[in-house]
Design a protein around this ligand. Structure first.
Ligand code: HSE
Length: 310
């Protein structure tokens, strides 16, 4: 037996309008916690999951946190060591907030903390991505990257995890609204067409390039012109009742941009300060209230730290 350690990994917003599968940022809250300890019985075991209404598997190989941790333990040559996890889900899943990614990031952080940090966070990333992969079948780090490493991360190439932290203007705030409907990432990916037109590709690459220059130069006008998704949002918007009204409300209230968070149904907006972020949140939530859809609002700075030992 040993004393436990506790880790936290935050929610994240993936895609960030024009960066499907290659861009994401971390929020300060909500997030998942894992309490881990060494035990005498060999092997990794998930003893308890709270906050998930029994909807997440306790079986280690089927659980994103468990699988990521298992892969890391194999790498460390410690598969037989007795370890027990308690997972505290403190965020909704199927929400577009990177819930499975946060669990996977917390899983590898917990193992690394138990072993007194043999790996850097960057070295933990491939194991965390493997964990998330079992949730939606795809290997992409646009949620796991920010949840683990913090900040806004650009993944130039997912296969090799060529990942880069972007400079951000001071004061940037996110507003995220989670309407209480559930969309599974797997389903939200399945509806996407395999091809895009050359016109869309040109517009989207212009926007992602413009966004990055805008972020580096703190050029809010350029950020605003670039936070547009012509490829994915038009295909997924139909999954979210009231999406275009919520987006219009955010933009009318000063958002730099507004789009679907990850695979949805959450919707995010970025703005220049916390006051704007709060006003935007009220306006976005008002639309869902009018539609009689319950929703939860999160106002957050960009979390530069990512997953932490608490
Ligand atoms: N980039 C992913 C998607 C994020 O939009 O499907 C959700 O896992």
């Amino acid at each position: 037996m040993s004393l436990g350690i506790k880790v936290f990994a935050p929610a994240s917003v993936a895609n960030v309008a024009c960066g499907y599968d290659i861009l994401g940022f971390a929020l300060t809250h909500p997030g998942d916690e894992i309490i881990a300890k060494f035990v005498d019985t060999p092997g990794l075991r998930i003893a308890k999951i709270t906050g998930a209404q029994k909807k997440l598997p306790l079986a280690v190989e089927k659980n994103t946190a468990g699988f990521a941790a298992l892969k890391l333990l194999e790498y460390l040559g410690e598969s037989d060591r007795g370890i027990e996890f308690e997972i505290r889900k403190k965020m909704p899943f199927g929400s577009g907030l990177g819930s499975s990614a946060a669990s996977a990031a917390a899983g590898v952080m917990a193992i690394n903390a138990l072993y007194k940090m043999p790996l850097t966070k960057a070295e933990l990333l491939p194991f965390a991505v493997l964990g998330e992969q079992i949730a939606d079948g795809a290997y992409h780090a646009d949620n796991v990257g920010p949840s683990l490493l913090g900040g806004m991360q650009l993944i130039r190439d997912n296969a090799s995890l060529d990942i880069h932290r972007l400079h951000l203007p001071k004061g940037l705030f996110a507003t995220v609204i989670h309407p209480h409907i559930q969309i599974l990432t797997r389903d939200s990916r399945a509806i996407l067409r395999d091809t895009v037109s050359l016109t869309q590709a040109v517009q989207q690459t212009g926007n992602i390039a413009g966004l990055i220059i805008g972020l580096y130069n703190s050029d809010l006008g350029l950020i605003q012109r670039s936070l547009k998704d012509v490829m994915i949002e038009p295909q997924r918007a139909k999954l979210i009742p009231g999406f275009y009204d919520v987006k219009a409300a955010a933009l009318e209230n000063g958002a730099l941009g507004c789009s679907i968070s990850g695979a949805g149904p959450s919707i995010f907006a970025l703005s220049a300060n916390s006051n704007l972020a709060e006003n935007i949140g009220v306006a976005m939530q008002g639309i869902f209230t009018d539609l009689k859809i319950e929703s939860q609002l999160f106002i957050s700075k960009i979390n530069q730290e990512g997953a932490v030992v608490m």
